[in-house]
Design a protein around this ligand. Structure first.
Ligand code: SF4
Ligand code: SF4
Length: 212
């Protein structure tokens, strides 16, 4: 498998497949909205920047962890990366174990990356007075985005996106740090893949030439 579409198709008819489909569809909708928001307000990250990933460990839901775990197991198939995730289960501060320092592409699960990674530095927030505001990411020293914006019009805010995400996971409920959450789902996915007869469920040792 080499894409999320193939991954989702491989798990078709299972709970995991449905969860991946729903999540990816939500990600796609959100991506469209944030792209249009960023274009309208001249918001862009600096070329090749990924500094935020060096300084935090994303907090993610169970369905997000499932998609990342499945992507690692069946698309990346990189045992070193899986081991890196395992070794970081107690790391709550970052850097994210899926971050590559030596590649301009940085994120090794880019198509499957969690919501917070899609929104960081790219969407408005609701402030304590209920007003939508945007603040430049503090690592953006090249100033490729405005310092601060306050909106009178209705723009999507991070809290709305988080709510939509959490509502997908209502019955699963759990939220936690990426490494721990992803690691906890690997065995379950391997078992399911085995039941489905997926023949590429065992990661090999082939190094990744480039991040996704
Ligand atoms: S959000 Fe900030 S640190 Fe992260 S990639 Fe964009 S500019 Fe860089
Ligand atoms: S999952 Fe990817 S984008 Fe998110 S923090 Fe890790 S390396 Fe960065």
């Amino acid at each position: 498998m080499d894409s999320i579409a193939q991954l989702i198709a491989a798990f078709d008819g299972t709970y995991a497949g449905q969860s991946m489909t729903d999540l990816f569809s939500l990600y796609s909708q959100i991506e469209e909205q944030t792209a249009s928001f960023c274009k309208q307000f001249n918001i862009a990250c600096a070329q090749g920047c990924g500094t935020c990933c060096e300084h935090f460990m994303p907090d993610i839901t169970t369905s997000e962890a499932r998609l990342v775990a499945a992507y690692l197991l069946f698309v990346k198939k990189d045992s070193q990366l899986l081991e890196q995730v395992r070794q970081n289960v107690d790391n709550h501060e970052g850097p994210c174990p899926l971050y590559r320092f030596d590649s301009p592409y940085h994120c090794q699960v880019y198509p499957a990356r969690p919501l917070i990674c899609r929104l960081f530095g790219a969407c408005a927030n609701q402030d304590k007075n209920g007003k939508a505001v945007f603040r430049r990411c503090r690592y953006n020293t090249e100033h490729t985005m405005p310092l601060s914006l306050t909106f009178d019009e209705d723009v999507p805010v991070m809290q709305d996106y988080s709510y939509a995400l959490r509502s997908l996971d209502d019955h699963e409920g759990e939220v936690g740090y990426l490494s721990e959450m992803v690691d906890s789902l690997l065995d379950q996915l391997r078992f399911l893949a085995n039941m489905l007869g997926l023949d590429d469920s065992n990661p090999d040792d082939t190094p990744n030439p480039m991040a996704s």
